[in-house]
Design a protein around this ligand. Structure first.
Ligand code: 3PG
Length: 314
């Protein structure tokens, strides 16, 4: 049976990755419809009407989208975090949701090091910085992305620590990181890197009390979701501590919050505070290929073989 797969990406994949996705869908006899770099939700609402399947990135799939998606059977988030899919709504409509865990982990890990080095070298302004060797990095969450960062950290001669409520301490130790018993325990280390999903439990959980515990030169790295950080607290911490740094690939959408943080840091932008222009941890050719092709393969396997290995639950 012929199927239509909608590639709906507000932030487009590399062209080469899209060709590879299309090779997978056309080999299965499916049609790929592209809605890339779209500017309004209306475009998505129109395009979804004919779709049997959808490949998305951070694009929101909510009740409004589902109401227009008469034929939709499956949506695959080409990436890790799926807080942009309303899983109660998809389940309510009998639409299967999946992600592609691990496929963009290395891209994010490399960006973490890019931001750490930029900060440690004072944004290359000619003044004396410091090296990462022998420094400590603590991971909140120890899934695929954190593990990829940890592997690079080992090669940099750094010491790794980790807390993950869903992974036993022995497993963390087996992977070469020192297990930490509590979230607060992570903040005794110079670098804390966030790798938790956005949930009710993690929302605004990184607050002033935790950040003020960090040692001299304490640096928070956020390649997870901006909402995990308590933004008003972050502004206060910047004011209270001249040594504190925030390296962030997930800047607040809210312009005022972003401006408040920038103002609190003063003229040290690029040393103490790094924001990427747009979330770009997963924005590499390789990650686009890996996530996009995995998503296309998962859609074909779902329709042809009933495969649901990566199905998500509300
Ligand atoms: C993820 O959860 O996989 C990342 O946040 C990537 O998101 P993006 O596909 O919008 O770049």
């Amino acid at each position: 049976k012929s199927r239509t797969v909608l590639l709906a990406t507000e932030k487009a994949f590399a062209a080469d990755a899209v060709s590879k996705i299309e090779a997978v869908t056309s080999a299965a006899g499916y049609k790929l419809v592209r809605l890339e770099n779209y500017k309004s939700k209306d475009d998505l609402l129109k395009a979804v009407a004919d779709a049997d399947a959808m490949i998305i990135r951070s694009d929101k799939v909510d009740q409004a989208v589902l109401d227009k998606a008469a034929k939709l059977k499956i949506v695959v988030r080409a990436g890790a975090g799926y807080d942009n899919i309303d899983l109660k709504a998809t389940e309510g409509k009998g639409v299967v949701s999946m992600n592609t865990p691990g496929q963009n982990a290395n891209a994010v890990a490399e960006l973490v090091f890019g931001m750490m080095i930029t900060s440690a070298r004072n944004n290359y302004d000619g003044t004396s910085g410091f090296e990462l060797v022998n420094r400590s990095i603590a991971f909140y969450g120890f899934g695929a992305v954190a593990r990829a960062v940890h592997k690079l950290a080992q090669r940099f001669g750094m010491k790794s620590f980790a807390y993950d409520p869903y992974i036993p301490a022995e497993k963390i130790a087996e992977m070469g990181a020192t297990p930490v018993a509590t979230v607060a325990g992570l903040f005794e280390h110079q670098y804390v890197s966030l790798h938790v999903p956005l949930t009710d439990e993690t929302k605004a959980s990184i607050n002033k009390a935790l950040l003020m515990k960090m040692p001299k030169g304490g640096t928070l790295i956020n390649t997870a979701r901006c909402e995990v950080v308590h933004e008003a607290d972050m502004v206060e911490v910047f004011k209270a501590r001249q040594d504190f740094c925030y390296l962030c690939d997930v800047a607040p959408d809210d312009k005022a919050a972003k401006e408040a943080m920038t103002a609190a840091v003063g003229d040290k932008f690029g040393k103490r505070l790094i924001f990427t222009a747009k979330k770009m941890g997963a924005q590499t050719l390789e990650a686009n290929d890996n996530c996009g092709v995995a998503a296309a393969n998962q859609i074909v396997a779902f329709f042809e073989k009933g495969e649901t290995r990566f199905a998500l639950k509300a």
